[in-house]
Design a protein around this ligand. Structure first.
Ligand code: AHG
Ligand code: MN
Ligand code: MN
Length: 334
């Protein structure tokens, strides 16, 4: 009979809290609620195909993209969980045009705000391909007696207190950082707990995987085209040609590349002059994780987490992954 040491997500959060003598437990409580929401979304996703949740919701999100039923469901679950934690005074989400402000004595006075993509890659759901959730936590800059406002959500990524993602893949994992490394937890469905499975995740200095939507090649800037050609060249001493892997689900593509080493690219193109991915709730949280795992995340000219967001749904070119590979790309592109 095999066995494994069980450290549940909640055990781990509490253990880490003790490393900070003045910690109040508010962040721990918030993370705990995110874990619960992730389990609820997971339960629904695992039933996709059996119950009436596949397909489009018949409406568009603020960026004019088709909302799936599961986009809506996930958004509601995370909002409810965060509100009921009492630690979060408002959220910004891909599914809502404006920030959602929690009011009242309990939630309204929370110390944190959360920016999230409740379900990323949702067009993959109907064809049974992995999707994810992404979250980013900031300490609010407004006073706790006030309602939160847009300034709380438009902070530089470098101000993040914690960030993470959930990947609903062949197994479900929650990966997060509070700025002291990255830890990954796999959901054990038999006990319904996220259990520590990937302590102190580190990405290799270099890798062999490049991940980009090559269908858009003709529309990419010349420097990016040059780098893609470099990836495809035959040069066995430098392990080229590299391996092309692209799921079209940011969380899944990034998660794989963190573990194996690799580079992810979403460049600007004629159809998306600023790239497609959103700075506040996609690129910043992923960048925090990548950096904490020893990787690099850039828009091609500078660090993603140094960008000052101007609006909630702003897009940015996004390149992240193993440091050697990003250095090579930036050397060719910019
Ligand atoms: P979302 O489903 O939240 O709108 O995001 C999808 C994103 C991301 O997951 C992925 O990396 C990217 O879109 C794929 O875009 P392309 O289909 O243009 O390659
Ligand atoms: Mn997304
Ligand atoms: Mn989404």
């Amino acid at each position: 009979m095999s066995s494994y040491d069980i450290t549940s997500l909640n055990d781990f959060i509490i253990r880490k809290q003790k490393d900070f003598p003045y910690a109040t437990g508010e962040l721990s409580n918030l993370l705990h609620h995110i874990g619960t929401a992730a389990k609820m979304v997971n339960a629904k996703i695992r039933k996709a195909g059996l119950v009436e949740i596949l397909g489009k919701a018949g409406a568009e999100n603020p960026q004019g993209e088709q909302q799936q039923k599961l986009d809506r469901y996930s958004d509601e679950v995370f909002i409810d969980a965060l509100k009921s934690s009492g630690q979060c005074a408002g959220i910004a989400s891909e599914e809502n045009q404006n920030e959602v402000v929690f009011t009242g004595e309990f939630a309204g006075r929370g110390k944190y705000v959360v920016c999230m993509d409740p379900l990323d890659g949702s067009s993959n759901i109907d064809v049974n391909v992995s999707v994810g959730s992404i979250f980013s936590i900031y300490r609010r800059v407004t006073e706790r007696e006030e309602e939160v406002s847009i300034v709380d959500f438009l902070q530089e990524g470098s101000k993040q207190v914690a960030a993470g993602y959930v990947i609903y893949g062949s197994s479900t994992m929650l990966v997060y950082t509070t700025g002291n490394g990255v830890n990954g937890f796999t959901l054990d469905p038999t006990i319904g707990e996220f259990c520590l499975s990937h302590p102190n995740m580190k990405t290799p200095e270099t890798g062999r995987i490049y991940s980009v939507n090559e269908g858009n090649y003709i529309r990419f800037p010349d420097g990016v085209k040059k780098y893609i050609k470099y990836c495809q060249e035959n040069d066995p001493p430098t392990n080229r040609p590299y391996i092309s892997r692209y799921i079209g689900s940011l969380v899944s593509d990034v998660h794989r590349n963190i573990l194996t080493g690799g580079i992810f690219l979403y460049p600007p193109s004629i159809s998306y002059p600023s790239g497609k991915l959103r700075l506040v709730y996609e690129c910043n949280p992923i960048s925090f994780i990548i950096e904490q795992a020893g990787g690099v995340a850039t828009d091609g000219t500078g660090r993603i987490m140094s960008l000052k967001p101007e609006s909630l749904h702003q897009r940015t070119p996004f390149y992240c992954g193993s440091p050697d590979m990003i250095r090579k790309l930036v050397g060719m592109c910019c």
